[in-house]
Design a protein around this ligand. Structure first.
Ligand SMILES: [Zn+2]
Length: 216
């Protein structure tokens, strides 16, 4: 089967699978358990409106989750159908951030890109946070300032309570007048953990849309 699941969809599927597993142990009524697992199955099917029969069959394994072992097995099977994030190199990053003179691209391994919706790193010397995500089938870069916040707060991307910082992008609205517009939101400091919690891409997409809209 070809990979058809994006990272944030994988996170949502596993979240639902954990609900099913929990219900098996916390609810006694078999009818309720069954109904709940179908409810979760419906939810994950909703992520793939144009799904093929074999894709639905794979997702449907959620209905048979009973034990911890079943849950792990399901997780493995779903994992195999996840679309990998592209292996970003220093060269790719340089092309995406042409305006940045000294790009401090971090050390990466193939594992770095295993579970990602976006790849990100913080350049501590400049306080800039760099983001790379696939938008409309193309890798796109986004750079903004990142100001760590000393308290835990809700991340705008993954909606989890975590150590966050204020991520702000400035977009030129008028080249002649040198005017800027900016958009800022709190996002996770730890982008690897953020990527493991992301279940939708609206927050991330909003930044890319903003950058696109105002720079035209
Ligand atoms: Zn987050």
């Amino acid at each position: 089967m070809d990979a058809f699941i994006q990272n944030h969809q994988y996170n949502e599927i596993i979240r639902q699978a954990k609900h099913v597993h929990n219900t098996r142990h916390t609810v006694n009524d078999d009818k309720v358990k069954k109904e709940f697992s179908f409810y979760c199955f419906d939810k994950i099917c909703g992520l793939f409106p144009a799904r093929a029969k074999e894709q639905e069959d794979l997702l449907a394994w959620i209905l048979s989750i009973e034990t911890e072992q079943d849950l792990l097995h399901y997780q493995e099977k779903i994992r195999e159908a996840v679309i990998p994030f592209p292996q970003v190199t220093d060269q790719t990053a340089k092309k995406l951030f042409k305006k940045t003179k000294k790009l401090h691209f971090p050390k990466t391994t193939p594992e770095t890109f295993e579970q990602l919706s976006y790849f990100s790193w913080l350049d501590t010397s400049s306080g800039k946070k760099f983001l790379i995500a696939e938008i409309d089938g193309e890798l796109k870069g986004l750079v903004g300032s990142f100001l760590p916040y000393n308290k835990k707060s809700i991340c705008h991307f993954c909606h989890h309570v975590a150590d966050v910082g204020l991520f702000t992008i400035d977009v030129k609205t008028n080249t002649k007048l040198q005017t800027y517009k900016s958009l800022g939101n709190y996002i996770c400091s730890d982008s690897a953990s953020c990527n493991q919690h992301l279940t939708e891409l609206d927050g991330l997409q909003a930044f890319y849309d903003y950058a696109k809209k105002t720079s035209n």
